[in-house]
Design a binder for this molecule. Structure first.
Ligand SMILES: NC(=O)C1=CN([C@@H]2O[C@H](COP(=O)(O)OP(=O)(O)OC[C@H]3O[C@@H](n4cnc5c(N)ncnc54)[C@H](O)[C@@H]3O)[C@@H](O)[C@H]2O)C=CC1
Ligand SMILES: O=C(O)[C@H]1O[C@H](OP(=O)(O)OP(=O)(O)OC[C@H]2O[C@@H](n3ccc(=O)[nH]c3=O)[C@H](O)[C@@H]2O)[C@H](O)[C@@H](O)[C@@H]1O
Length: 430
């Protein structure tokens, strides 16, 4: 089929390249000319394992990019993969979605024949029906169900494993309101269902699909926060939290994934999505107490880590190495990474910070241009008074005599990744 995808960020580029790999003809529409040029040159604009190969293989053939919305006219369906960030009060900011919906509507005004518009972005329940559909109607002069249909297809991929996650989904959720929309979605997803070995395809309503996405993320974020709450209790009793959490994970009702205790969750999605659904619930008069508690536990972990450091050393004038700047291993994304919070607090306390990450340094340099950056963990540790481990990159497990070059070998490990050894003053956050 001919597909268009508006927004070529982490999700838009990944799904475009994967749909091309699955045999569809795909055009990515983005307002960012650099991203468009990069895709048309056959280069992935973001760092995701396997993505560069797919973009290189299909660019100029089944995959192309443009800033021109008119190229949507030759396609059968459009996915909206636009950012849905937070407003200051945590509620969802639909600015990019609304702007793109208006541009799409103006374009569809000139299209003959039926079109399907699919919300891929994470949006609070009723957004597609109440905010996206009407905007397209207004700009196109067409009606939902007559000229174009609307649908919602939440995305569950993780950064760092985006291509594999998209191509091997646990489930595919298709929210729509007409048989015609479901049929088009079936046609789009048939090659994926086939390749992925028939994962469950859940056909549901549009608002249910929107809520499934939030429920999924809220559950995972809360699971990590409960693991952190339990691990904090373990620490008070000198109990090994790894043994406790690994063992409860053996209960099939609990499951072992997302029980990794430590500094907590960051990234572009869990923080904003928990905030958005909490704000949306409050807007309807419901107070989501458990979810708010999950956020509170998460917010407390970086401060607990700094307290452990303060117990050992006065932060003012102290050189602190922050190992791991990305919000998790396998990505260069620093959005809401725990390291950004640690660095802010360290700077407020008068510390001198040196950061190291295998791939995220340049992104962090834009956020904190005035701290030092090292080219290796060894360089970051040399002459540091203390080290905070913020991301569980594998290479940190192999650190050994690099710690000997520290001025004082204080190591606070937020991810239980460092191998303990003689000669370091090691403490794990949990
Ligand atoms: N990043 C992730 O791992 C996942 C993200 N999501 C959701 O997917 C959505 C997109 O997220 P990301 O891809 O991370 O965002 P992103 O910020 O990486 O990319 C968004 C892209 O949209 C473009 N854009 C903005 N306004 C535009 C307009 N009017 N017309 C055309 N292009 C425009 C930007 O230039 C940018 O390239 C969000 O709702 C997010 O919550 C869902 C699952 C996973
Ligand atoms: O909506 C989204 O954007 C995506 O959000 C998360 O994916 P992502 O943020 O890329 O990364 P995760 O692997 O879920 O990690 C999120 C954060 O939780 C932390 N985490 C994860 C697992 C764990 O056991 N413990 C833990 O602290 C990670 O370090 C990271 O900071 C979800 O896992 C995806 O299913 C979802 O599509």
């Amino acid at each position: 089929m001919n597909l268009s995808i508006i927004g070529s960020g982490y999700v838009g580029t990944t799904i475009a390249a994967c749909f091309a790999e699955l045999g569809h003809d795909v055009v990515n529409v983005d307002i960012d000319e650099d991203i468009v040029a990069s895709l048309n040159d056959g280069q992935a604009p973001i760092h995701e394992p396997g993505l560069a190969e797919l973009v290189e293989r299909h660019a100029g053939d089944r995959l192309r990019a443009t800033t021109d919305y008119d190229e949507i006219l030759d396609t059968d369906a459009t996915f909206l993969a636009l950012p849905t960030p937070s407003n200051d009060d945590g509620s969802i900011d639909l600015g990019a979605m609304k702007a793109a919906a208006t541009s799409l509507g103006e374009t569809l005004a000139r299209k003959d024949g039926q079109h399907l518009v699919v919300t891929k972005s994470t949006v609070v329940p009723t957004t597609t029906v109440d905010a996206i559909g009407p905007r397209i109607e207004e700009a196109s002069g067409k009606r939902v169900g007559e000229g174009f249909d609307i649908a919602m297809n939440p995305e569950f991929l993780r950064e760092g494993t985006a291509v594999d996650d998209f191509l091997s989904p646990d489930k595919i959720v298709l929210g729509a309101q007409t048989d015609r929309a479901y049929e088009t979605l079936d046609e789009i997803f048939a090659p994926l269902v086939d390749r992925a070995g028939n994962p469950p395809v859940v056909k549901t309503g549009i608002s249910e699909a929107e809520m499934i996405k939030y429920a999924n993320n809220a559950f995972l974020a809360s699971k990590i926060s409960l693991a952190n709450d339990l691990a904090n209790i373990c620490k008070e009793f000198g109990v090994d939290s790894d043994e406790v959490l690994e063992t409860i994970g053996l209960d099939s009702r609990i499951g072992s994934s997302f029980l990794g205790a430590g500094l907590g969750w960051g990234g572009s999605c869990f923080p904003k999505d928990t905030a958005a659904i909490i704000a949306a619930a409050r807007g309807r008069g419901y107070e989501p107490r458990l979810l708010q508690a999950a956020v509170d536990v998460n917010d407390g972990q970086p401060e607990r880590m700094l307290d452990l450091l303060r117990e050992r050393i006065d932060l003012d004038g102290t050189r602190v190495a922050v190992l791991g700047l990305a919000f998790k291993p396998g990505t260069d994304d620093i959005r809401k990474s725990r390291a950004t919070l640690l660095i802010s607090s360290l700077l407020d306390a008068g510390a001198d910070v040196v950061g190291y990450d295998p791939v995220a340094t340049e992104n962090m340099r834009e956020r904190f241009p005035d701290i030092d950056y090292a080219d290796s963990a060894a360089d970051a540790l040399a002459n540091a008074d203390a080290a905070l481990v913020a991301t569980d990159w594998d290479e940190f497990a192999a650190l050994d005599d690099e710690f000997d070059a520290m001025r004082s070998p204080i190591v606070i490990d937020g991810r239980r990744i460092v191998t303990r050894r003689e000669g370091i003053d090691y403490e794990s956050l949990v």
